[in-house]
Ligand binder design. Structure first.
Ligand code: NAI
Ligand code: A1CAB
Length: 270
């Protein structure tokens, strides 16, 4: 890939995507042009890779063919205003900000700019992200393919209509936090039973990873896979009963719904 790739904001998510793309070797470090208001965010990356760290967001916008904006939603408007004059008509602006609609971005940088809205997640850091991708009407099929190819370097992608991005935020962007809470809780249970903390985290994390892989690789329904674990009169079904009594599924559904509602609120839909 020959495009010059910009990143404005290199916090948790920006640096995860950048490092995931670098690890895939699809783009060389020299093709990256980056800026973060906090020099500490770029210092470590600069030491590790020969990326171009620039002085301002404007410089990044000027240099890039595709520019990822990875700042917090409340910083989006100031960044878009700042870079607006530097964007070429051919520049593809990729926003990963939760709750910021394509329309809101167009309102600042122009309705004729190419915009792709993405909802990624932090497993991008280990090339295992799940990203939703939504282009505006200015983005060509080829440009969409290029952005998708970049994001495929860091995991799986699905192109979604914008109204589904709220769900993608709940089940994708935010969900790693819930999974880590689950892993922590699984390990706490094992520690309670006498296992060392270190071993408990290894068991819990590998079990979550393996279970997800089993479902993705076999294509089997999660209910069928759950049934395969529950031996009649065995250990698992007792645990399943406890989770049902404590409304585990309802709690998870409510958590995803809370993310969806918050995303709608940030978008001005609620
Ligand atoms: N953290 C996550 O798991 C996910 C985050 N997102 C979205 O990604 C975006 C970034 O989130 P995080 O990386 O978690 O936040 P973060 O706080 O870790 O990173 C934001 C970065 O932007 C920089 N920044 C702030 N103002 C700036 C400016 N004016 N110019 C240049 N850089 C500036 C900060 O110094 C910081 O390094 C947010 O919009 C969020 O909604 C989306 C999906 C998942
Ligand atoms: O919590 C947030 O707002 C961001 C978006 C999805 C994950 N983290």
């Amino acid at each position: 890939m020959e495009q010059r790739i910009g990143f404005i904001g290199l916090g948790n998510m920006g640096s995860a995507i950048l490092q995931g793309i670098l690890a895939s070797q699809t783009v060389t470090a020299e093709q990256f042009y980056v800026y973060d208001i906090n020099p500490e965010a770029t210092d470590a990356l600069k030491q590790q890779y020969s990326i171009n760290v620039l002085e301002t967001a404007k410089d990044v916008a000027k240099e890039s063919d595709i520019v990822f904006i990875a700042v917090k939603p409340n910083n989006m408007s100031e960044i878009l205003t700042e870079i607006q004059k530097e964007l070429k008509k051919s520049t593809v602006v990729v926003s990963i900000a939760a709750g910021i609609t394509i329309k809101a971005i167009e309102a600042v940088i122009g309705y004729d700019q190419k915009i792709v809205r993405v909802m990624p997640n932090t497993p991008a850091l280990v090339n295992s992200a799940m990203c939703s991708i939504t282009p505006n009407t200015e983005v060509s099929a080829e440009e969409l393919l290029t952005v998708r190819a970049l994001l495929n370097c860091v995991g799986l992608t699905e192109v979604l209509p914008e109204y589904q991005v709220h769900s993608a935020t709940g089940v994708g962007g935010s969900a790693p936090a819930f999974v880590f809470m689950f892993i922590e809780a699984l390990a706490d249970g094992a520690v309670k039973g006498g296992m060392s903390r270190k071993q408990a985290y290894k068991f819990a994390a590998q079990t979550v990873l393996g279970s997800a892989k089993l479902m993705l690789d076999t294509g089997k329904h999660p209910g069928e896979l759950k049934d395969m674990v529950c031996s009649p009169g065995g250990t698992t079904i007792d645990g399943v009963q406890v989770l049902e009594e404590k409304a585990f599924r309802a709690a998870v559904i409510d958590a995803v719904e809370a993310c969806i509602n918050r995303s709608k609120m940030l978008s001005g839909e609620k």
